[in-house]
Every structure is written in structure tokens, then in C-alpha cells.
Design a protein. Sequence first.
Length: 352
Amino acid sequence: MTLLNSQLHNFSYPESRFNLRSKNVMTQTKEAKENTMRAVALDRFGGPETLKIQTVPIPEAGADEILIHVESAGVGAWDPFEREGGFVEVLGSTPKFPYVLGTDGAGTVAAVGGKVKELKEGDRVYGAELGNPKGGFYAEYAVVKAENASLIPSTLNMDQAAVLPSDGLTALKGLEEVLRLQQDDSVMIFGASGGIGHLAVQLAKRLGARVFAVASGEDGVNFVKGLGADTAVDGRSNEVLDVAREFAPKGIDAALVTAGGESTDRALSAIRPGGRIAYPNGVMPVPKAPARVSVDAFDGEGGRDAIDRLNQLIEAGPFEVHVDRVFPLEQAAAAQAALEEHHLGKIALRVG
Ligand SMILES: NC(=O)c1ccc[n+]([C@@H]2O[C@H](COP(=O)([O-])OP(=O)(O)OC[C@H]3O[C@@H](n4cnc5c(N)ncnc54)[C@H](OP(=O)(O)O)[C@@H]3O)[C@@H](O)[C@H]2O)c1
């Protein structure tokens, strides 16, 4: 890629020079093609019909950024909200169309900015950036700040790495920073078979906690038991509080909540006085804390230290990043529709 994308847009030939320089024109046309990529790009915010494959310019890496040749993109629970323009409204930012979705993804480094020291061309990396003005990961190429990307832990494949960053970093921040989980603390993970939940179950075990997993369905319960939960129960059954009492007769120390509703609030009455509840912004309805229990909303955060910590915990032993379904890029609408159906773990979009 020798031309800047912005230069491409502005490039024009004076009529008189056109024939004389036709060879050059052909080169420029070829270069123009080489500077474009396939992406699922929106021309406006709206429903699933706005998710269309388009040819758009490849973004360029700035000095502290890397260009990733994307192999797989994570499909986030929040992607339909972003597709409908929700984030732009909340953040008060001005969107640029065509707008490429996709907070999370993985692939191979295609180019690095001048200030990037920790990653190099050819590295297998994963990363995340929310509402990235240079476009997201539903595309053949994506640019992220180098500090928001990392080498892929050796045990993960591209699809697993692609779905990991936002939910992994959110789970970790909730457990370590917000709940300040200590060795031998008891913790409820509500929504344990979902994206954040299944990662949180394993991270909480790594942190030395006792895990009470509230999962979705019989398959969800079996799934989280397999991930190491000490006790697991179906969140829609009537036995949650009985099982919770057996698990922690004096009440559970803390809860990380990833799904809201009546059954959530009922389950949270199992948290002991003086205990604490955390939930990532986006969980609706907002969880209600029982008396004398603190409740904190938070956002997952990237950055070098957080990603390194996540990688370190993942590499410390067997760790499953569960990809339930993989869709081709062309089926982004079906992939987003699948978010609404019962599933375990995450959904990926195969790009390359
Ligand atoms: N603020 C941030 O930084 C941030 C970052 C990441 C995510 N989020 C938000 O956090 C929320 C969770 O994200 P996620 O990726 O974990 O979503 P997810 O994969 O949809 O996980 C939610 C899980 O909760 C389960 N569930 C729902 N009701 C339940 C019940 N009564 N009992 C047991 N399980 C129940 C769902 O199961 P079924 O669907 O199978 O029923 C699903 O597995 C979303 O709102 C997302 O937007 C926020």
C-alpha cells in the first residue's frame, strides 16, 4: 500500500495528461484496488438489513497503531445496539459512514506504526476497540492502538481469540478491580454460561474463589460445571436460593451479574450483608441490591496491563474460550440474530 487512502480520494488527473500517462493511471487503479477491502459496512444505522458487504478503503495505521489482517471477528452482545446507533447517541460522537461494526477480532499484523515496538508484521494478534473511528473488525482489515492488542495466548485458535477481548477484560475487571475478589471468597456469577459469564467462572477459579454459577438451561449448567464451577444451577429454576443457601449458609460474598431481571434480583438476595455486586453497563434491567449490599456498574477496559494480566491468567492452565457458532462474514445478520437465541459462550464471524 503506497498511497494514503485520503490521497486516493483526492486523486484527479488533468484531462490533457490522461493519455500521456495512461500507464500511470493503470498503476493507480491497481493501487486503488489494493487499498480497498471487503467489509460489512452500514450506510445508515438501523435493523439487520443495514448489514451489507461493501468495498471500502483499508484503514491506515497511525504511529501508535497496528493494521491487522482480520481472520475472525467476535460478535458482541452489544453489536445490534451499536448497529442501531445506540453508542453514537450515548457517547455523543459523530459517526462516519460507511460504518464498520466489530469491537473484537483476531488476525495477523499486516503493518505497524513507527512508534510500535512490542508487535511486528506477521504476529498473530487479538485486540479490541469500541466505536473505533477507523472502523471495526467486521472487515478484512482493522486498525487498533497497539496497546489494545496482544499476541494470542498459545492455547487459543483465531476464533477463540477473536471473541475473547471485550468479555474477557470485562470479566477480569469486574472480579479483580470492582469486586476485589480474594482467595476463598465466594462469588455468584449470574449468566455464567454466556460470553462474560463463562470466562468469569474460570477467572474467578484462577483467583482462588469458590464459584456459584447461575447458568441458562440444563446445557448451561453442565457447561459451567465442566469449566470448574463449584456449584451450578439453572437461573430459571425455583431452586436457586435453596442451592445458594447450601453453598454458603451465611450468604455469598460477591456477585458478578451479566443478565438482569426478576430471577436475577431474586438470586441476589443470597448475597450476604456487607457483600458486593458488580455489573457491566448494558445489563438491563439494572440489578437491585438487597439491603446493606453495595452495587457498582462498570465498563471493561483495554490497555497493555489489562491484556497482559488476562493472558497471564489464561496461560496459567487449561482455559476454554467457548465459540458456540461461527458464521461467514456474508452472514453477519444471521450471526447477530443468533445472539438472541439460547447459546453457550460466544459467536464468531469468520472473515479470512
Ligand atoms: N460495559 C461494558 O464494558 C460491557 C462489556 C461487555 C458486555 N457488556 C454487556 O454485558 C451484558 C452481558 O454480556 P455477555 O457478552 O456476557 O452477553 P451474553 O453472552 O448474552 O450473556 C448473558 C447470559 O445470561 C444468560 N441469562 C439470561 N437470563 C438468565 C437467567 N435468568 N438465568 C441464568 N442465565 C441467564 C443468557 O442465557 P441465554 O441467552 O442462553 O438464555 C446468556 O448466556 C450485555 O448487556 C453486554 O452488552 C458490557
